[in-house]
Design a protein around this ligand. Sequence first.
Ligand code: GLU
Length: 271
Amino acid sequence: MRKISMVVVLSLMMVIGFLTGCSSTTSAPKTGSGDVAPDVKTIQDRGVLNVGVKVDVPKFGYKDPQTNQIDGFEVDIAKAIAKEVLGDPNKVKLEAVTAKTRGPLLDSGDVDIVAATFTITDERKKSYNFSEPYYTDGVGLLVKKSAGFTGLKDMNGKTIGVAQSATSKKAIQAEADKLGIKVNFLEFSTYPEIKAALDSGRVDAFSVDGSILQGYLDDSTQILPDRFSPQDYGIASKKGNDGLAKIVNDTIVKLKSSGELDSLRQKWGLK
Ligand code: GLU
């Protein structure tokens, strides 16, 4: 009899727990006014933050082909944002993006935020909300060791491979103008295609941010010391999702002021 009443009491407790939602230990974060902004509420109801990340940029967003796990500095930042939005850093769903797909995936709502070496520009700020910068890189050049180039200055008349929708072409063009040299460009939709074009001799150099070039460096190639046009990376969200943009920016500000951003940079061996 005692055993039966225990079972009844336990079952009742479970039902009450279920109804009041006490299985969830995290409370929904609030915006400044005390209410949760509708765009943030949508994410909280879904229970997961969808994040666009790179999968081919070592130390930033990189998918280990052995484990299929995506890790990096930007993944850690995304987790810090998920902690603020959902109370749990692990409630992130990572989606692979490229320079070409990250904007459209934000537009379509497939991802809530993009943490993918996305340079803040005035032009892009017209379409997306950007957080404060969390990292600054520069545009660089990957060349064949056998070509004997020491810098962009040696590349008069040469062809440079760049990605569509990237800031690289404009940066290199500005630098070439300063140097008084003429360079040609070939545009590709993905980085592996540019590397293949470099290997086959269709282009003389592969240009993009230094961090991205690291992923394509091999025995036959080198990254030249030149760095052009500072690239400030920001976390992007869709215009209109202003509640989310505020939490994202507050998170970056907090990571900076607490020293956690520096710790993360050190963790990933970034300058
Ligand atoms: N960071 C540069 C940009 O946003 C290079 C492209 C890339 O991030 O893939 O255009």
